[in-house]
Design a protein around this ligand. Structure first.
Ligand code: HEM
Length: 395
């Protein structure tokens, strides 16, 4: 949790800290050698080819899809307004709506429900991390990640490949979605383009990396707001004043500064990627301690974000701390990692979270349900065990 050591791992000596063996063992069966797990030259060219996909302009162009998913979510909630609702499930559905609409949306034959099921069961299985995965036993030791959901994964990949091939030959969408943008992506250095398998692995990576993490951010934000009337009212007041049309749109985001701070503060208290790990390639020294090749370095993001010497009143929910120019050390806050391997979808996720949370605040007031308190549990990501059950009262 020492910010200087973290800067050393993420930035200064980044080549010595490739993604850990546990990360790779768990994710490779689903997402191959994609951006998330690749290393060295194979990572570099993919990152260069994919970077423009997430430019500010492209992400803003996709905001109508986020606004529409938010409206559909509000309409679903309206139908259950007098009952406790599990907002974790609701947010998972909403962010899956968004990510599937910006990847393989509307494509003929794309089995949205089937893909969602396959990914969810994969994440659930992969979440049961086995001890050998963590300790880095030799690869020949059988482990869970080798035997999970083989059939469902295979079906999902075949399906994605056929959608990609069809789109390659047909017209792109307007505005272009992530598949169109990635199809047009070229590494400016090597002129390399992605083949169908590489496109598929990266699109599935965006789905896996992007939908549950954003759903968690939204679920924890609603939980925090439901338990803090002051912050909830301030956030709603901002939305009411700043969003003049019925829908919250991409152009509103710059004016929703307090809602943005609520998201930042939620990512501090409940970072979806609560643990990030690396396996050292060579000898090094961190905080006066020798690091040997093969050592796994675990970066406890959750603990870092609540460290008493780095944050004032770290356990308080106080979004205002993000309104001033952040006084704390930059490496005290790492919800998206840092350095060259920082989350490529961070702006996408923040825009989506601001649009969906503002849309919900515009239509409903959230209240906790007595006796139903979620407890954070680390299963690959930081999940609310038992769900996030809240009442939603129409405004
Ligand atoms: C609140 C939501 C999100 C959180 C908290 C989050 C968190 C992270 C973190 C911590 C990393 C770095 C992991 C490491 O260094 O080991 C990362 C990488 C990545 N994320 Fe996200 N992420 C989010 C949303 C998204 C979205 C929406 C997408 C895509 C649509 C995405 C795609 C990726 C990819 C491809 C990488 C790997 C980048 C590389 O290694 O070059 N993420 N994310």
């Amino acid at each position: 949790m020492d910010p200087t050591a973290l800067r050393h791992i993420f930035l200064k000596n980044v080549d010595n800290y490739p993604k850990s063996a546990v990360t790779k063992n768990l994710l490779k069966p689903a997402i191959g050698e994609s951006l998330f797990v690749a290393e060295g030259a194979h990572w570099r060219w993919q990152r260069r080819a994919a970077a423009p996909v997430f430019s500010h302009r492209n992400v803003m162009n996709l905001s109508p899809i986020m606004s529409s998913a938010a409206i559909r979510c509000c309409d679903r909630i309206k139908n259950q307004e007098n009952y406790p609702i599990n907002f974790f499930d609701e947010m998972v559905n909403t962010t899956f709506d968004v990510i599937s609409d910006v990847t393989f949306s509307d494509d003929e034959g794309f089995d949205r429900v089937g893909v969602h099921r396959a990914i969810d069961s994969y994440i659930a299985e992969a979440g049961k991390i086995s001890l050998p995965d963590i300790l880095g036993f030799p690869d020949w030791v059988p482990r869970l990640s080798r035997v999970i959901s083989g059939k469902a994964l295979k079906q999902m990949k075949t399906l994605a490949d056929s959608v990609i091939d069809r789109r390659r030959d047909g017209p792109s969408k307007s505005p272009p979605d992530l598949l169109d943008l990635l199809l047009a992506g070229v590494d400016p250095k090597t002129q390399r383009e992605m083949n169908t398998g590489e496109l598929r692995d990266n699109l599935l990576t965006f789905i896996v990396a992007g939908h549950e993490t954003t759903a968690l951010t939204l679920s924890w934000a609603l939980y925090l707001l439901a338990n803090d009337d002051r912050v909830q009212e301030l956030a709603r007041q901002e939305v009411t004043e700043k969003v003049l049309s019925e829908k919250v749109q991409g152009r509103d985001i710059v004016n929703l500064k307090y809602v943005r701070s609520v998201i930042d503060e939620t990512l501090r208290l409940y970072p979806p990627a609560a643990l990030v790990s690396r396996t050292a390639a060579g000898f090094d020294n961190l905080c006066g301690r020798e690091i040997r090749p093969g050592d796994t370095v675990i970066i406890p993001i959750y603990a870092l974000h609540r460290h008493h010497t780095l944050w004032r009143n770290p356990d308080d929910f106080y979004p205002e701390r993000f309104e001033t120019d952040s006084p704390q050390d930059r490496y005290a806050y790492l919800p998206f990692g840092d350095g060259p391997r920082v989350c490529i979808g961070a702006n996408f996720a923040i825009n989506e979270a601001v649009i969906i949370l503002s849309s919900l605040l515009k239509r409903f007031r959230f209240k906790p349900v007595a006796g139903l308190v979620p407890s954070p549990k680390m299963i690959l990501t930081l999940r609310p065990e038992g769900g996030v059950w809240l009442m939603a009262e129409p405004i």
